[in-house]
Design a protein around this ligand. Structure first.
Ligand code: ADP
Ligand code: MG
Length: 255
């Protein structure tokens, strides 16, 4: 589904991603953990083709096609979708208007299905409001999910769907993500999570830990999360550098 190869990217002034490799197969759910400022959101922006960042080295392949030079619209059309960590407010455009634009552009989902999905999230009233204007933390995340549902992409990238959200909403959001993933066989997802809370509500296949623009280790999601909770990111990094395996219950075996 997605292959990111030796990706170096950033702004004109700074290199933020320093050689990222990522390989996501069809149907897999990956999570990316990492401290603030490690480059997780930048990685998503670069994968979707945002012009905020430039690629210095490396390539991005989506469903076998090299998309490195393609713009954000072409990549979305091919089937890459994103829910932003901090989605912008769109004045003068209601969420339902945006949803209708997406429905007519992608032609994969009906308005009725979007309405049912919004009701499942408990936020159908948001459809009449301007996109993200005055939305609470949880409403922002749910509004993003509704847009993704209307687009119906093959690769779903979710940037911190569980941050700034109350516990009940995390559960609803987790269930909504599961529903979206199950609507079509072979759909893949990459989920950035700072706290790992969302993992209580959906099953991921692979976890990565990103520190300072690099993916420093990968493994079984529960084990990686357990290691982060036990040792913190810096402790995990020290263990990785010593060649130890993370998360092997006790963590003192050599890997
Ligand atoms: P994360 O999502 O892991 O918290 P980000 O990808 O948002 O981290 O940011 C990674 C680093 O890159 C941070 O130090 C951030 O300040 C920096 N950064 C991100 N975007 C820009 C930008 N447009 N200009 C300068 N620095 C940036
Ligand atoms: Mg971020």
């Amino acid at each position: 589904m997605l292959k990111v190869a030796y990706l170096h990217a950033g702004t004109d002034e700074v290199e933020i991603l320093k050689g990222v490799n990522l390989y996501v197969r069809e149907g897999e759910i990956h999570v990316i953990f990492g401290p603030n400022g490690s480059g997780k959101s930048t990685l998503f922006h670069v994968i979707i083709g945002s012009r905020k960042y430039t690629i210095k080295k490396g390539r991005i392949f989506f469903k076998g096609e090299d998309v490195t030079e393609l713009g954000i619209n072409e990549r979305s059309r091919l089937g890459i979708g994103i829910a932003f960590q901090k989605p912008p407010t769109v004045k003068g455009l209601r969420l339902i208007d945006l949803v209708r634009l997406l429905l007519s552009k992608y032609k994969r989902v009906s308005e009725d299905e979007v309405l049912k999905f919004s009701e499942m999230l408990g936020v159908e009233h948001l459809l009449e409001r301007e996109v993200n204007r005055g939305f609470s933390g949880g409403e922002l995340k749910k509004g993003e999910l509704i847009q993704l549902f209307a687009q119906d992409p093959d690769l779903i990238m979710l940037d911190e769907p569980d941050s700034g959200v109350d516990m009940e909403s995390v559960e609803v959001i987790g269930r909504a993500i599961e529903i979206m993933l199950r609507r079509k066989d072979g759909r893949s997802a990459i989920i950035v999570t700072h706290t790992g809370e969302i993992l209580d509500h959906l099953n991921a296949d692979v976890a990565h830990m990103m520190i300072d623009g690099r993916i420093v280790c990968m493994g079984e999601p529960d084990e990686i999360l357990d290691s982060i909770r036990r040792w913190g990111y810096s402790g995990c990094l020290e263990r990785c550098m010593r060649g130890e395996t993370l998360g092997n219950k006790g963590g003192d075996k050599k890997g």
